[in-house]
Design a protein around this ligand. Structure first.
Ligand code: NAD
Ligand code: DAU
Length: 360
């Protein structure tokens, strides 16, 4: 039996990871530790809540005592740290919580697993700690040099408070490996999309607004480029790195699927319009609004290392993944309704009101 402790398992990628592990047919036990912030949603995990192989703890990764007690009680072989504040726009409004959760929480977790796992000879047995990081730590690529990519050797050059906090956490993770011999691994993935993503991020926000005939707020000139990966492919990569990655190494995860934001938005408009048979959903909904501060121009992952060393490559072409994603959101209108009632309304007004696309 393989035992996992996943943090942030009620969020977008974490819940997809938990569900995929439990559906894998392997002999696994999964403990999910989540503080259940605005981004954590137990509804994502409703299908497994009574599964005896699954256990939830509502706890904060910054809480040393709670984390030590959970690790002592559960003794997981693996810890996979998804827990984070993850939205760049929120980090521009309130950087402090990003430092606290993403840096402080990670350091706390590293301390707890180090104390719990270290053996008298200084070894760590079969344990592994995997930090789920992001390509944003590398900064931004130019639009006019399509041959430039983020490689594991690319120097870290974060620009937003979010990416600065993730880069800082990565340095701590590496330091615990180098200094204490903690068996750590880091994955740095590009933009994910798929079911259960909170509608503050580009793709689910645009699907939701399109369905409601509401303005689609595109930042700046819409030509910023992101490298999109279907969430299940990210989950597969994480588990592969956990099992077969070389300890202490970083693995970039991405599938060479770069698209400009305006291309993504127009694709969503076309597909939602087709699927709802609603010609009123068209490009007239697009609003070019004030740009994000410090907006990174282009992300592009070179996944050569994970492909060559571990044989990973993505299985879901974008054309298929985006249709699956749109169909999931159309079939889960109540999920969208629930997560966007209440505090989301205030968030939307604050984030988009001054940009001239306020109706949520
Ligand atoms: P998310 O915002 O959807 O989920 C974050 C989860 O962490 C939520 O369930 C939340 O309740 C939980 N959480 C927040 N603070 C916590 C705390 N102090 N203690 C315990 N739990 C806490 O995020 P996501 O998009 O699923 O991203 C997960 C991880 O993957 C993050 O570390 C993010 O940096 C990284 N990542 C995300 C993407 C992407 O495109 N979404 C790409 C690459 C890497
Ligand atoms: O690259 C990986 C990162 O991808 C992750 O580490 C982050 O956790 C995740 O949030 C994501 O960051 P981005 O900032 O790239 O994602 P977001 O969906 O917020 O924005 C994608 C692009 O779309 C970006 O260029 C900004 C733009 N955008 C976004 C929103 C929400 C718009 O034009 N309008 C919008 O309303």
């Amino acid at each position: 039996m393989e035992s996992y402790l996943v943090t942030g398992g009620a969020g977008f990628i974490g819940s997809n990871f938990v569900l995929s592990l439990l559906a894998s047919g392997r002999d696994v036990r999964v403990v999910n530790v989540d503080a259940l912030t605005y981004a954590g949603n137990l509804e994502n995990l409703a299908s497994v809540e009574d599964d005896p192989r699954y256990r939830l703890y509502q706890a904060d990764i910054r809480d040393a005592r709670a984390m030590a007690e959970i690790i002592a009680a559960e003794n997981p072989r693996y810890v996979v740290n998804f827990a984070a504040e993850s939205h760049v726009d929120r980090s521009i409004e309130d950087p402090g919580i990003f430092e606290s959760t993403n840096v402080g929480g990670t350091v706390n977790l590293l301390n707890v697993v180090k104390s719990a796992w270290e053996e008298p000879d200084g070894g760590f047995g079969e344990h592994r700690y995997l930090q789920v990081s992001t390509d944003e730590v590398y900064g931004s690529l130019p639009l006019d040099d399509p041959s430039a990519y983020f490689r594991e050797t690319t120097p870290l050059s974060p620009h937003s408070p979010y990416s600065a906090s993730k880069a800082s956490a990565d340095f701590f993770v590496r330091a615990y490996g180098d200094t204490f011999g903690l068996p750590v691994l880091i994955t740095r993935c590009s933009n994910n999309y798929g079911p259960y993503q909170f509608p503050e991020k580009l793709i689910p926000l645009m699907i939701r607004n399109a369905c409601r005939h509401e303005p689609l707020p595109v930042y700046g000139d819409g030509l910023n480029v992101r490298d999109w990966l279907y969430v299940e492919d990210h989950c597969t990569a994480i588990d592969l790195v956990l099992h077969e990655g070389r300890i202490g190494e970083v693995y970039n995860v991405g599938g060479h699927n770069e698209r400009s934001n305006i291309e993504i938005v127009k694709t969503i408009i076309r597909l939602v319009s087709e699927r709802l048979d609603d010609p009123a959903i068209d490009d007239s909904l697009i609003r070019f609004v004030e740009d994000r501060k410090g907006h990174d121009r282009r992300y592009g992952i070179d996944p050569a290392k994970i492909t060559a060393e571990l044989g990973w490559s993505p299985e879901t072409p974008f054309e298929e993944g985006i249709v699956r994603t749109i169909d999931w959101y159309l079939a889960h209108a109540e999920w969208v309704e629930r997560v966007t009632s209440g505090a989301y309304q205030t968030y939307y007004e604050e984030m988009y009101g001054h940009r001239g696309a306020a109706r949520a």
